[in-house]
Design a protein around this ligand. Sequence first.
Ligand code: ADP
Length: 289
Amino acid sequence: MNKLLISNLSKTYNNEVKALNNINLEITTGMFGLLGPNGAGKSTLMRIIATLQDPDEGNIQLNNLEVLEQKRQVRKVLGYLPQQFGLFPKISAYDLLDHFAILKGLTHKKQRKEKVHALLQKTNLYEVRQQRLGGFSGGMKQRFGIAQALLNNPKLLIVDEPTAGLDPKEKNQFYYLLSEIGEQAIVLLSTHIVDDVKELCTRMAIINQGRVVLEGDPLVLIEQIKGQVYQKTIHKREITDYRSTYNVINEQHYLGKPLIQILSKSDPGAGFQSSNVGLEEVYFTQLSK
Ligand code: ADP
């Protein structure tokens, strides 16, 4: 069982933006979802864990390693797929993966070949291995990104906003691949898309304005607010009134009219109906605070 322990982590940028404000998390083997809106601090946290940036305060341990001090050793057991993953468009998938493998120290030719072949197969790219990366779809590029991140059999795989730009089928393939990796390694998935976490993760944290605002098993978190979410379609002009009277957690449109969801421990009456509760509602309760 792998363990990542993040303690009292804080980071303020030069422009006074407190990107991380005392983050504490304990994460073990499996898929862990880090969910939060844009600007919440997710990428900052991922980069710090990936040894690419230093915090102002705090501590991170991965198994027996001190992440902030033993960066070289950490990189040997770390795979990272950043938000922006640059590829060389004219090189084939095989050649680039082979090149990355050399950079990662797989100098033994036969072993490297076996590894590269195995990873191309695992990520479902073997058939297209001789094609140029420039012609790959978004999903294929992401799977290639995972293949390179797995070259060193990482104990911790970090993926930052990985499903942006993938179509539903590509997304499913990608989810499947990640969950397979999560059987043996910690997979830390950062996303602002609730579905990514819902489909995949057995543990999650919601991060907002640099703080962990909620943490737990998604199903348990859903259970905790069951029966407390109500909804109603209203008129546009009534929105301000409802906002001041109720704890409105979400506003969307249904057949052209505003549909609001509120959080209430008891039945609010006034034409509200009990609403189904899922991870979206859990997320909205945290963001509307
Ligand atoms: P997320 O990944 O959740 O979108 P980020 O970690 O990218 O969040 O950003 C958190 C906050 O820190 C944002 O307010 C962002 O504008 C700010 N920020 C991120 N990187 C830098 C930087 N290099 N310099 C200054 N501010 C930054």
